[in-house]
Design a protein. Structure first.
Length: 611
């Protein structure tokens, strides 16, 4: 219940995040903040990452034309990054949501790390659909490998994922291991896994796949990465039907995405038996470029992507699979992940991770489809108007300024596309009125109303809800005489005198009294304005008039907007007032608009009811 409430109120979510950070600091009193100045010459402390010589690179001219194989590692890499790891029930919920949205490969745990991970691996094995591969990570140690394979026993499809640090930094600092020793260890581990899986007569009911990660690939001499993977492949003996997976992780993102793409292309061009190899990526976000690095890696020949839904992971996070998938979607490429109800995915992720998704997270954040800026709002409103016209003409391609994705494709509505605060312009308020009431306000009316909305937002000191904007509109313009009705038209008749003149006769009701009216003009509207001028002894004239249809089919109505110019008694200054009327008949809607205006003027005290 707490997390449901947290999601409903974005400001509460932001406050909750602040409290988490505050409480974390309070709970670790021994940490001291150390402040130093940034170096004027950082080259004295930091070296640029190494690049590789790839003069004939081809990836810059390539495009992503199909979805990769996806692997979610939320339940393993994502889970191990959580201050409060998921319990069994949360893992189960998360697991089934991943299956529901289309993941066919899921890294579920580090089974040898804990009893919880082992038991959940067993649950995943026993509950996975036939076409879903269960993957488990394990260190290159015999007893841990044995425990991992025991956890995977009986799976229809299983991948054993081993890893070994291959970068010079990790080998030398962490493991004190030479390249030769690392290569020997990788081959030894591969042979052990093989003997306990695909070569074991008792394990033939499972389709076993092997994944090897040269950890810190992005900081490893690429020639050595190829060398160790060739040796691993020779030990495993993959086939084209069941290729070996070489995961090439940016365990720590150390360079720009183009360098990672060069490394992937070099690897793809130099690994033996390329058709028997699935190249997988696993990028982290230390430099904030994990999505870009993955996309360029796919252009460079990668086949598979590992990451987390919404990018949770160690340190700065794993690559965000939602962003990757919807980036493809907006380029016309089916991602093979169903995010039609992105909010339901967010709810599970936030509830199980106990970490809120940032409001500006691409595609999923609460504010990513929302514009507050007046110029943005105006462009979006105009875009929707033209989009509807193009749709009627048979052009169904999405082209809306500032919205690369149709929010409805991921289960979001248009109500929150434009939100109004003191920074909003005429387009924002007009959009809300259009979406809420179906009224496409005339430009002059938009300008006037937006000023009123800005004043109210300034006074309130925060954004206005859509209901507040529509209530303000109805109150300001006495929409369809709903707010104020001091005078109403009972009956009228318009007769043509000649080409340019009409006469209107009718009856109005004021305080339960029936009063006759009469006026002349060049049409029904001007004749009614003249009749009301005679009644109130105030000169009314139509300054602006606009109308449009409302709805479609048998429920179509007409909306009319009328701005009257008038002089108050004993006041030479001109005044103006708008009114809005809606009716099934365009003539009646015009009449409603005029009386909406007159009733509003009476309510403001500018004119008095006749005796």
């Amino acid at each position: 219940m707490f997390w449901n409430q947290l999601m409903r109120n974005s400001s509460t979510r932001a406050m909750h995040t602040t409290n988490i950070l505050y409480n974390t600091k309070q709970s670790i009193p021994n940490i001291k903040m150390c402040y130093t100045n940034m170096l004027k010459d950082p080259s004295t402390k930091y070296k640029p990452a190494k690049t590789i010589n790839l003069p004939n690179r081809t990836w810059p001219d390539n495009r992503i034309t199909q979805a990769p194989r996806w692997l979610s590692t939320d339940l393993r890499d994502g889970n191990q990054s959580l201050p409060d790891p998921m319990n069994m029930d949360q893992k189960k919920e998360y697991f089934h949501k991943l299956i529901e949205i289309g993941f066919k490969e899921i890294e579920v745990a580090f089974p040898s790390a804990s009893l919880t991970d082992f038991e959940f691996t067993r649950y995943a094995v026993e509950n996975a659909p036939d076409d879903v591969t269960i993957q488990a990570l394990v260190q290159s140690r015999p007893h841990l490998i044995e425990r991992t394979i025991e956890a995977l026993k009986g799976a229809r499809r299983a991948t054993v994922h081993t890893y070994l640090a291959t970068s010079d930094m990790f080998r030398e600092i962490v493991f004190q291991m030479s390249q030769e020793e690392a290569l020997e260890k990788a081959v030894e581990t591969t042979k052990l896994v093989r003997s306990m899986t695909k070569d074991d007569p008792n394990q033939q009911d499972t389709l076993w796949t092997y994944e090897f990660s040269p950890e810190c690939f992005s900081d490893t001499p690429v020639e050595f990465s190829v060398q160790i993977c060739n040796a691993v492949m020779e030990a495993w003996e993959p086939t084209e039907e069941n290729p070996i997976i070489f995961n090439l992780p940016a365990t720590v993102e150390v360079s720009t995405p183009n360098v990672y793409a060069d490394q992937i292309e070099y690897f793809a061009n130099n690994i033996k038996d390329r058709k028997k190899v699935c190249i997988s990526t696993h990028t982290h976000n230390d430099r904030g470029c994990s999505v870009a690095a993955t996309e360029l890696a796919l252009m460079a020949g990668a086949d598979r992507v590992e990451g987390c839904v919404f990018g949770n992971g160690e340190r700065t996070g794993n690559v965000d699979l939602v962003t990757l998938a919807l980036n493809m979607y907006t380029q016309g490429v089916a991602p093979n992940i169903d995010l039609s109800n992105i909010k339901s995915v967010m709810e599970v992720v936030e509830r199980c991770n106990k970490i809120p998704i940032p409001q500006r997270a691409p595609y999923g954040g609460d504010l990513v489809f929302c514009a507050f800026s007046g110029s943005h709002q105006d462009a979006i409103k105009k875009g929707f108007a033209l989009q509807e016209k193009r749709r009627r003409d048979g052009d169904h391609y999405w082209r809306i300024p500032y919205l690369p994705l149709d929010p409805k494709d991921v289960g979001r509505d248009y109500e929150a596309v434009i939100r109004v605060n003191s920074q909003s312009g005429k387009g924002g308020a007009a959009w809300i009125v259009l979406r809420s009431l179906g009224l496409d306000l005339p430009r002059i009316m938009q300008i006037e109303f937006s000023t009123l909305v800005q004043d109210k937002a300034d006074t309130k000191g925060q954004e206005l809800q859509a209901s507040e904007v529509t209530d303000l509109f109805k109150e300001t313009y006495n929409f369809n005489n709903e707010k104020h009705r001091y005078i109403s038209l009972l009956d009228y008749d318009v007769k043509k005198i000649d080409t340019d003149h009409r006469t209107l006769t009718g009856q109005v009701e004021i305080n339960d009294k029936v009063i006759p009216i009469r006026g002349t003009g060049n049409g029904p509207i001007s004749s009614l304005a003249d009749a009301l001028s005679n009644l109130f002894n105030v000169h009314f004239s139509v300054e602006n008039y606009s109308e449009h249809s409302l709805g479609s089919g048998s429920s179509t109505q007409a909306a009319s907007y009328i701005q009257l110019r008038y002089r108050r008694p004993h006041d030479d200054q001109k005044s103006y007032s708008w009114g809005v009327g809606v009716s099934e008949d365009v003539g009646d809607s015009s009449v409603q608009a005029i009386f909406s205006t007159i009733n509003n003027i009476i309510h403001k005290g500018d004119i008095k009811l006749p005796n």
